[in-house]
Design a protein around this ligand. Structure first.
Ligand SMILES: Cc1cc2nc3c(=O)[nH]c(=O)nc-3n(C[C@H](O)[C@H](O)[C@H](O)COP(=O)(O)OP(=O)(O)OC[C@H]3O[C@@H](n4cnc5c(N)ncnc54)[C@H](O)[C@@H]3O)c2cc1C
Length: 427
């Protein structure tokens, strides 16, 4: 059995930022079931929201609430917006280089934003942020970062979390004890046939929560992104960032006609695309950049340009086929505004958590921001509550019981989601 002060499960932005904000006299383990950079955070393209100026608070709030169908936790939204500039300052300190123009930061706009307030690093914002944070964490002597370690359960007794059970790459199980545990395991895209997420993101923390009767929330609130590149190949769907539409690209039907306002909230645009696909009897609609996106398209969206070119499409010259794909999970393990779950010493942050900030539908580019704001608050909460307890003696985990639990739990999540869908009217 290993012992730490804090265990963080996940190397996306939420897990890493929590590690950076914990006091450096604490022994911290940061674990991931995959390679260090195999996180959805690394894939984030469009950018990160920030309150653009003092006048922007009200309109940022209204855009977030309106996209979320007014089901958001307003207090959480206010906290997120109020802390947004501080978070951007932290990222600049960590070395993140946002794109700039002659007047300073270059802000872009995405669907359902009433004004430009999104900072970006070309079309690889997540890669820039996640790799800078990872480098900072790797410099800390009090943090042990471990790859290919899968958390299969938590250790708990009398309503308190004492750490996690893990499985290493050889299949060996072990218990890791900690005074505080942070679940930062990301989304659930791996449970879906077509998703923009990494396939290893299968909602493991959610399954663990369901097993251990930890409160969950809004589990049927799943965001389908309107535009992923259409392909008949299996595997992760490649996202065509919302900022492409934000900068002018239009959606066209099989006859080349525009059929909707591209800058409505994601769930509405997705619905319109599905309706058009049905009308056209086609598995996709098309997205046209040429003639609509101003400036040098290949320079503004280099990663999307390269990827599409490899697939046989030149976005500077022709429309590309796009279709919706599962993208984001608004629901999750219920937390308060400091990432606390209803189990003592167990925190959840990032996409696996839910404090209601996104309501029923997340506003574009609010996810990186929300992950950073609330993981910092969780770390600060742990810093304030430093009392240690003696860990009980937990039995050595058996291979059979752990393996079986994880397999069962995938079905458990999907059946909970379906249950949530049938109760959707009650939310
Ligand atoms: C293609 C794409 C583009 C996006 N673009 C944007 C954008 O422009 N702006 C924006 O705000 N948001 C964007 N998002 C959403 C955003 O990137 C994510 O919501 C956010 O990064 C989630 O961060 P996270 O730290 O919660 O999880 P992740 O970054 O997904 O990290 C999850 C971590 O948990 C680990 N893990 C999972 N299960 C286990 C387990 N059982 N044991 C051990 N480790 C485990 C994983 O290996 C990984 O390290 C995008 C998402 C995608 C997929």
């Amino acid at each position: 059995m290993k012992k730490f002060d804090v265990i963080i499960v996940g190397t996306g932005v939420s897990g890493l930022f929590a590690a950076l904000n914990l006091h450096n006299d604490r022994q911290i383990a940061v674990l991931t079931k995959a390679a260090l950079n195999e996180t959805d955070s690394f894939l984030a393209q469009g950018g990160i929201c920030v309150q653009a100026d003092d006048e922007d608070f009200e309109s940022f709030m209204e855009d977030t609430l309106s996209a979320g169908h007014y089901e958001n936790n307003r207090e959480a939204v206010a906290v997120m917006i109020n802390q947004s500039r501080e978070i951007i300052e932290d990222l600049l300190q960590a070395g993140v280089e946002f794109d700039r123009d002659n007047s300073g930061f270059s802000y872009t706009k995405e669907a359902a934003h009433s004004r430009p307030r999104i900072l970006h690093c070309k079309d690889s914002t997540g890669r820039e942020i996640n790799s800078r944070l990872l480098k900072k964490v790797q410099e800390l002597s009090n943090v042990t970062v471990m790859e290919k370690i899968t958390v299969t359960d938590i250790l708990s007794e009398n309503g308190r979390c004492h750490g996690v059970t893990v499985r290493d790459i050889s299949g060996k199980y072990e218990n890791y004890c900690a005074q505080a545990t942070i679940l930062a395991t990301g989304g659930i895209g791996g449970l879906f046939k077509r998703s923009t997420n990494y396939s290893h993101l299968t909602g493991d923390a959610l399954a663990i929560a369901l097993k251990n009767k930890i409160r969950i929330r809004d589990i049927s609130y799943i965001q389908i992104h309107p535009t992923s590149l259409y392909t008949e190949e299996p595997g992760r769907a490649f996202l065509i960032s919302e900022s492409v539409r934000g900068e002018g690209a239009v959606l066209i039907d099989k006859d080349g006609k525009r059929f909707t306002d591209e800058l409505q909230p994601r769930d509405i645009v997705t619905q319109k695309i599905y309706q058009q696909m049905e009308k056209d009897q086609m598995p996709y609609v098309r997205l046209c950049l040429k003639g609509y996106v101003k400036g040098d398209i290949a320079k503004r969206f280099p990663m999307i340009y390269e990827h599409c070119l490899k697939q046989g499409y030149d976005i500077t010259k022709e429309p590309i086929p796009v279709t919706p794909a599962q993208h984001y999970f608004m629901g999750g393990i219920e937390t308060d505004l400091n990432g606390r779950t209803d189990m003592d010493s167990l925190y959840a942050v990032g996409e696996t958590s839910c404090n209601g900030v996104h309501g029923k539908n997340r506003l574009a580019s609010n996810s990186l921001l929300e992950s950073l704001v609330f993981s910092k608050r969780a770390a600060q909460d742990i810093n304030r509550n430093r009392h240690s307890v003696e860990h009980p003696i937990f039995p050595e985990p058996s291979e059979f019981s752990c393996e079986e639990r994880i397999l069962e739990d995938k079905d458990l999540i999907m059946s909970e989601i379906r249950k949530g869908e049938s109760n959707a009217g009650e939310h």
